[in-house]
Design a protein. Structure first.
Length: 160
């Protein structure tokens, strides 16, 4: 319940996932790579790997067919909310902002549990100084992070 999650201090809408414009060359290249990996997996009797490659291809196909829905992102007095998921400040470890427009405008959260992956929220047209000021009231800021994580750079480069 939103009423139970504190007063809304900032809010904006974010896409559920990053959408990439992929050319026909991208599909041919990754299709050939996938087919090569499936042939290799079958030749080495690694059928589970072949199944994983097929599943990845199906996921990419269905993801491309649809459009990312927009979900509400809220910063409240008790935590943050992304769509229907609520994260209490006690579950969050720290935040950091990477702001280098127009290329990078992102807000990151790390969690107390090392098993939970970091959460990235696009800042869109939000004022990063205002968002930072609000979050500093509740969380520590990681000032050492100045670059996008390698996994996100790779995903952006390969359009995955």
């Amino acid at each position: 319940m939103l009423e139970d999650f504190g007063k809304i201090l900032a809010s904006w809408q974010v896409p559920e996932y990053d959408e990439h414009e992929r050319s026909m060359f991208w599909y041919i290249g990754f299709g050939a790579l996938g087919l090569g990996l499936i042939i290799y997996a079958i030749a080495t009797a690694n059928y589970l790997f072949a199944l994983i490659i097929v599943l990845a291809a199906v996921i990419i196909y269905f993801q491309h067919r649809g459009t990312a829905t927009r979900v509400d992102f809220l910063v409240t007095g008790k935590g943050i909310k992304v769509g229907n998921r609520e994260y209490s400040y006690r579950d969050l470890k720290q935040f950091w902002i990477l702001y280098n427009p127009p290329l990078v405008k992102k807000l990151y959260f790390s969690f107390q549990s090392s098993l939970t992956p970091r959460l990235m929220i696009p800042l869109r047209n939000q004022n990063p100084l205002k968002v930072r000021e609000i979050l500093l009231s509740f969380l520590g800021e990681d000032l050492e992070k100045e670059e996008e994580p390698l996994s996100e750079v790779f995903a952006k480069w390969t359009k995955l």
